[in-house]
Write a protein that binds this ligand. Structure first.
Ligand SMILES: [Zn+2]
Length: 369
């Protein structure tokens, strides 16, 4: 199911050279990880929205939707199917995973995701207790999310040969570069997907690099914290019955868990070496592994075009590929509701419409042709 590239964050984490946290098991407050200072310091810019959230998606008539699909379809034809998809959080909103900057984006509800440096901070374990207690609530819902019409249509279009590129020897294949860590493209049947920011379903040890499944880690956390689990389970019941507010899910599987004391929560370490475990995702403030970046640049070079879907392109890790395509004199199609960083750039074609609607229409046409 998963692409060959999801080892991405492993490479990233290996480069941390974090010291072992031994002994194995729960991490005590006195244990410290050497902080790494080798990460890009651009988080402050990323984390503060400077503009109000965009308006909700325009509701298009059938004729308007058909016109949007015509525009994208003509572009795909011009590119002869040699197109790479670049997707962002906007396409997973309909699966119940909120985005950061959409109409209901979590940035506009005072959510600030944890940064890499915060996660590996040596000062206390309070930040890990906050992160993992919230994640115990948020991850279940994150893990249960199902692909929506956009993911399904994109997988159908890939099977119909409408996009995807091959290059190199032996050949590498890339159909989709996604900023999302939910693996919903793969769940819908897409193949050769680059998870640019890793996978929220995997864990990696920052000391020995071992990769494990996040669901198994959650089971260990739950077993180590029975009292906290009792409180958390009440979140899933009647929220008004116990006075505990229903938590709000975050784009990275995090959740808002206010009013719960987590100061005695135990955080489990790596079973092999006792090191600090981290979701295998590129947190804000960290860099995408070089091998993945190169693979995406190679895919861009092999492609005649790129369709950006559901991304405001605010984050440079994705925007650079758009810039790369434009720099090579290729046009880029951007399907998104609301403004994007690429708006107004020479060579960019904009469709301001709901991605699921547009792609479903394209998939319908591909089936009937
Ligand atoms: Zn380890």
């Amino acid at each position: 199911m998963r692409a060959s590239i999801v080892t991405a964050s492993l490479a990233l984490c290996s480069s941390l050279r974090a010291p072992s946290l031994a002994p194995a098991g729960s991490l005590g407050a006195s244990r410290a990880l050497a902080a790494t200072a080798s990460y890009a310091r651009h988080t402050s810019k990323l984390l503060r929205p400077t503009t109000p959230p965009p308006p909700p998606p325009p509701s298009l008539s059938a004729a308007e939707l058909a016109a949007c699909a015509d525009t994208v379809s003509a572009y795909l034809d011009r590119c002869g199917g040699k197109v790479v998809l670049l997707t962002g959080a906007g396409i997973s909103v309909d699966s119940g995973i909120p985005d950061y900057r959409g109409p209901k984006g979590s940035y506009y509800t005072n959510h600030r995701p944890i940064t890499h440096d915060e996660y590996v901070s040596t000062k206390t374990t309070a930040h890990l207790q906050r992160y993992w207690s919230r994640s115990l609530v948020g991850y279940d819902r994150f893990a249960m999310a199902k692909p929506n019409s956009a993911h399904i249509a994109m997988a159908e279009l890939q099977r119909a040969g409408r996009f995807g590129v091959s290059f190199g020897s032996p050949p590498s294949h890339v159909s989709t570069i996604t900023q999302n860590v939910d693996e919903l493209h793969q769940a819908a049947g897409s193949t050769h997907v680059v998870n640019l920011h890793g996978s929220g379903h995997d864990m990696v040890c920052l000391s020995c690099g071992e990769k494990t499944k996040r669901a198994a880690f959650h089971e260990r956390l739950a077993a180590a914290n029975p009292a906290l689990m009792e409180t958390i389970e009440r979140f899933d019941g009647d929220p008004s019955g116990d006075g505990v507010e229903e938590p709000e899910l975050r784009p990275d599987g995090d959740a808002d868990l206010q009013g719960v004391d987590v100061s005695s929560m135990k955080i489990e370490g790596c079973r092999s070496c006792g090191g600090l475990l981290k979701p295998d995702v590129v947190f804000f403030g960290a860099q995408v592994p070089k091998d993945d970046v190169q693979l995406c640049y190679d895919a861009c070079d092999a492609a005649e075009g790129m369709v950006v879907a559901g991304s405001s392109l605010t984050v440079y890790s994705a925007f650079r590929f758009v810039r790369h395509m434009l720099g090579a004199g290729k046009q880029v199609m951007v399907v998104n509701v609301g403004e994007t960083r690429a708006d107004g750039m020479e060579g960019v074609i904009r469709v301001n419409a709901h991605v699921g609607d547009v792609f479903s229409e394209l998939a319908k046409r591909a089936k009937s042709s």
